[in-house]
Every structure is written in C-alpha cells, then in structure tokens.
Design a binder for this molecule. Structure first.
Ligand code: BT5
Length: 265
C-alpha cells in the first residue's frame, strides 16, 4: 500500500507556523501528503489566531497538505480523523487512554491523589495533550486543499507555562519520563495515513469519535462567537455539530470552546 501522509517530510529548525508554510507550498501546487515539521514555531497558532506554545526541540508540531475528495461541509471529518489517529497512537505506543474534547482537542486523564471512577471525574480531570487545526481552502464549491496541523506535547513539563498547566499536559508529565520523539512521529504519521486512506474509502469516523468524546451527557458551558451557552452535551451530529439540550430544546453548535460545568462534590 502506498503511503500518502508522510511520503515526504520536510523538516525545519524554526518556522513561524508549519501551517502557514504548508499553505504556501499547497498554493504553489505541492502534492498531498507532504508533511512540514518544525522543532520550533515562533508563531504557532490555534483556532481564531490563538497561540500554540511549545518549547523548542521538545514536541511534535507538523502540518500536512491534504487534497481530499470531500464536500466542504464534511471537512470536519479530517479533524475527527486526526484526533482519533492521535488517540490510537497514544494507546498503541504507551497504553494511554486519551479522551477527545469536541471539536479538536485530545486530552489525557490526570491521576490525582483521590479516587475518581466516574466518567464525570475522568473527563473533568483530563488535560489537553494535543490540539488539531484544520484549515480548508476552497475553489468554487470544492475543497482545493486542507492544511491539517497537529501539535502534540511530548518531552517537557507544562510547569513552564503556569497559565496553561491547569488545563494542559505533556506525555512526559503523564508518564514521568521522556519518550522517543522520532518513533512517536513515525507511528502517528502511519496512523494518520491509514485513517486518511480509510476516509477516502468511505469510512465515517463519527462512531469512534463519539465513543471517545467524554463530555456527552454532561452539563457544559460553550463559549461561541455570539456568546456563552449552557446545556447538556447530548450528541455529536452527523454534520459535525455538537448537539446541546437546553430548556427542552436542542441547539446545534458548529464552533466553540467547551468547559465542563463543575458539579458540587
Ligand atoms: C488548537 O487550537 O488546539 C490547535 C493547535 C494546533 C497546533 C499545531 S502545531 C502545528 C500546526 N502549526 C500551527 O501553527 N498550529 C498547528 P485551540 O483549540 O484554539 O487551542 C488554543 C489554546 O490552547 C490556546 O489559546 C491555549 O489556551 C492552549 N494552548 C496553547 N498551547 C498549548 C499547548 N502546548 N498545549 C495545550 N494547550 C495549549
């Protein structure tokens, strides 16, 4: 089977953002599957221009050029696919049990000095170890290319970013030791390639994605562009939306930042 994602990897010591560089190359006609990987990003970003912060030479930060045969309305499947590929990789390599947070985060449960055994606790005590940024460029009604950016925190302690530490973590923090980044990158690219190929053959990532999303059934707050909403996360819809139940009604959200409501203990 021929490899698509990762058939060519270009490595950089420092870039502004791997997604910006990948976009430039895609605009110049680069083939799909090209991976732009950097040891340091000085303008690494998340959604809505937010910053992605990682010390140099510690982690995985890369962007992949994709030219999928997907309707633009289904581009969210690339984010779901990538989140699942990260989760599968962490399970296969380290026996970790990641959980997903809609729409684009991979979290790891954090061991605490107290017992936790309900889904609620596992979800609320989980911290972000990876983020995904999918950006699509359209030509007419079709996707011309997508840039799939993945940041996975590996060999550093989140204590270096005290503002992020309550919500974010690294593999080193979770496992207590550093890991082989090159082997991890190779494993992740292989998972991404397999998942992308499956997507092209009609695989719908939704059932597995839904099964790994921890927030379903819980009361959540969602910060959206038009304000904050609170409700019970009831499902992920086939169109990628988060379905929120509130006041006997349902609301579909297509973008936003979720916080799981703290219940009294
Ligand atoms: C994301 O955005 O989570 C997408 C992150 C994608 C990063 C990759 S790295 C390779 C490629 N090149 C890029 O320039 N980007 C991609 P979002 O859901 O908007 O989350 C951003 C928020 O996460 C920030 O506002 C911080 O609160 C938090 N954050 C920043 N750095 C983090 C880190 N290293 N780990 C966990 N959380 C972090």
């Amino acid at each position: 089977m021929s490899v698509v994602i990762g058939r060519e990897i270009r490595r950089f010591a420092q870039v502004a953002s791997t997604s910006d560089l990948a976009r430039e190359l895609a605009e110049q006609g680069a083939d799909e599957g090209l991976v732009i990987s950097a040891e340091e990003q000085i303008a690494g970003r998340g959604r809505l221009g937010r910053k992605w912060l990682v010390p140099a030479n510690t982690s995985l930060q890369f962007s992949v050029i994709l030219r999928p045969a997907l309707e633009p309305a289904f581009a969210f499947r690339l984010t779901q696919m990538a989140a699942l590929a990260v989760a599968r990789t962490l399970t296969a390599q380290f026996s970790l049990q990641p959980i997903l947070k809609w729409p684009n985060d991979v979290l790891l449960p954090i061991a605490r000095n107290r017992e936790y055994n309900s889904t609620y606790d596992a979800a609320s005590d989980a911290r972000k170890v990876a983020g995904i940024l999918t950006e699509s460029t359209l030509r007419g009604d079709a996707i011309e290319f997508c840039i799939l950016g993945i940041g996975l925190n590996v060999n550093f302690s989140m204590q270096v970013y005290p503002d992020l530490a309550p919500f974010a973590t690294t593999l080193q923090d979770v496992m207590g030791h550093a890991v082989d980044r090159a082997a991890l990158e190779q494993a992740l690219l292989a998972q991404l390639d397999a998942a992308y190929r499956a997507l092209g053959e009609g695989w719908d990532p939704l059932p597995e994605y839904r099964a790994r999303v921890a927030m379903l059934g819980q009361t959540i707050h969602v910060q959206t562009a038009s304000g904050a909403v609170t409700g019970i996360a009831s499902d992920i819809a086939p169109d990628g939306a988060l379905v929120l139940a509130r006041d006997g009604d349902t609301l579909k959200l297509y973008a936003g930042d979720v916080t799981i409501a703290k219940e009294p203990r």
